[in-house]
Design a protein around this ligand. Sequence first.
Ligand code: HEM
Length: 110
Amino acid sequence: MAGSVPPLTGRIGSIAATAEGREYLAAVLLNGLGGPIVANGQRYSAGMPPFRYLKDAEIAAILTWLAAQNTPPPSPVITEQEIANARAHRISSGEVAEMREQLDKIHPLP
Ligand code: HEM
């Protein structure tokens, strides 16, 4: 899958450093992501399926684990409550891509 899916280790930790970034990450896992996006200087347009069937605690654990990879400590923690809050606002995968563009303006994405 190299080249079709953006690298996550080393990037998620910095995205998760802000509350808005954590909101975005929760939205990606819950609603999917309908590109195209530019990550790490490269364009991706495959789109990602939603993982809404996972429990809040499971998504929080996956994101917290990813946020710690290739990230200097202390790495950010994504809580179950943050996932529950994001779950309450169902949006389309295209809206998640728009959310990413807005996030990039306030906290430039790696
Ligand atoms: C639990 C497993 C997964 C996690 C935690 C995860 C996480 C993420 C995150 C956080 C992003 C956004 C990256 C950014 O904004 O820079 C992303 C993007 C993406 N993911 Fe996943 N992902 C997972 C599984 C998958 C799977 C199974 C696929 C393919 C079937 C996939 C395909 C993609 C693609 C193609 C993108 C770029 C989006 C686009 O091109 O529009 N992901 N993923």
